[in-house]
Design a protein around this ligand. Structure first.
Ligand code: ADP
Length: 263
C-alpha cells in the first residue's frame, strides 16, 4: 500500500514539477501514470520510491519497493544472471555469498520474465529492450511487494510488451501493488485499475482508467487529436485508442473551447 499526502517537488531554482499531489494505491492494484514528456513522471516516481526527497508533503510507502528505472547502460560487464542475482543482495548477509536458494530463485525469475536464454549474456551487449526485461527481473528478484516501473515497455517489441503487461497483471493478482509510467494509453486500459493524468504541476487527476482515459482527456493531455472506439474483440467489447497523427488542430480547438467556457 502506498499513500502520497500533499506531495510537492521542485529542482533548485526551478518551478514546481508537481505540488499538492495526493494518491493512494492499494496492494494488488495497478496504477498507470500518463503525461507528456517533461511533465514530471520520472521525478514523481523517484520521490515515491524514496530516491529523491520531496520538498513538501509525505509518502507512506511499503518498505519492500522494487524500482525499475528506464533501461540504463551499466559500465560493469556483468552477466544477465549476475545482474538479476544482485536483486537478492538485501537478503544475503554482508559477508555472505548467495546460497543455493538465491541461485534457484534467480533462475525461476529469469524464466518467468522470459529471459532465461540470456542468462550468460553480458548486460552491456544487450539491446535496450532486453535490458529492460533484465531490470524487471532484478526488481522481481528482491521479493518486493510493491513495484514501481518507469516506462517498462518503451523499448520492447509487441510480443515482449504483451509479456510484461501479462506479468504485471499476474503480479497484481498475486497481491503486489503496481505503479508505472507509460506512453501507451491502451496499455493503461488493458491493465485496468487507476490512471494518474499529469496535466500540470497542480493539475494531477486520479481516477479509474475506464472513465479517465478517454479521447477528450488524451487530446488535451498530449495536444493532438486522440480518439477512442469500442470494438468487438473476439466477441467482447474493448476500447481502442488511436491518434489522428495529422490533426494537431482539433486538440488546439478543444483547448481553446475549454478555456473560453471556463472564462
Ligand atoms: P518526464 O518523466 O515526465 O519526462 P521528468 O521527471 O524527467 O519528466 O522531468 C520533469 C521536469 O524536470 C522537466 O522539465 C525536466 O527538464 C526537469 N528536470 C529533470 N531532471 C532535472 C534535474 N536534475 N535538474 C533540473 N531539472 C530537471
Amino acid at each position: 500500500m502506498l499513500e502520497l499526502m500533499d506531495l510537492g517537488f521542485r529542482y533548485p531554482g526551478r518551478d514546481w514539477v508537481f505540488r499538492h499531489t495526493n494518491l493512494t494505491i492499494a496492494s494488488g492494484s495497478i496504477t498507470s501514470i500518463l503525461g507528456p514528456n517533461g511533465k514530471g513522471k520520472t521525478t514523481l516516481l523517484r520521490c515515491i520510491a524514496g530516491l529523491t526527497n520531496p520538498e513538501e508533503g509525505r509518502v507512506i510507502r511499503d518498505p519492500n519497493i522494487g524500482y525499475v528505472p528506464q533501461a540504463t547502460t551499466s559500465s560493469f560487464a556483468y552477466s544477465v544472471f549476475d545482474m538479476v542475482l544482485m536483486g537478492r543482495a538485501k537478503k544475503v548477509s554482508t559477508f555472505g555469498t548467495p546460497g543455493k536458494a538465491d541461485v534457484a530463485q534467480t533462475r525461476s525469475v529469469l524464466e518467468r520474465v522470459g529471459i532465461d536464454h540470456l542468462a550468460a549474456s553480458n548486460f552491456t551487449e544487450l539491446s535496450g529492450g532486453q535490458r529492460q526485461l533484465v531490470l524487471v527481473a532484478r526488481a522481481l528478484n528482491t521479493d518486493c511487494t510493491f513495484m514501481i516501473l518507469d516506462e517498462p515497455v518503451s523499448a520492447l517489441d509487441l510480443r515482449n510488451q504483451a509479456h510484461v503487461l501479462q506479468l504485471l497483471r499476474e503480479l497484481a493478482a498475486e497481491g503486489m501493488g503496481i505503479l508505472l509510467t507509460t506512453h501507451h494509453p491502451d496499455h493503461a486500459l488493458h491493465l485496468g485499475g487507476d490512471a494518474v493524468v499529469m496535466y500540470g504541476p497542480e493539475e494531477i487527476v486520479v481516477g479509474g482508467v475506464e472513465s479517465l482515459v478517454t479521447g477528450e482527456t488524451l487530446s488535451r493531455l498530449y495536444g493532438i487529436d486522440v480518439a477512442t472506439e469500442t470494438v468487438l474483440d473476439r466477441g467482447s467489447p474493448r476500447t481502442v485508442v488511436y491518434t489522428r497523427y495529422d490533426n494537431f488542430a482539433v486538440a488546439d480547438d478543444d483547448l481553446r473551447l475549454k478555456e473560453s467556457s471556463l472564462s
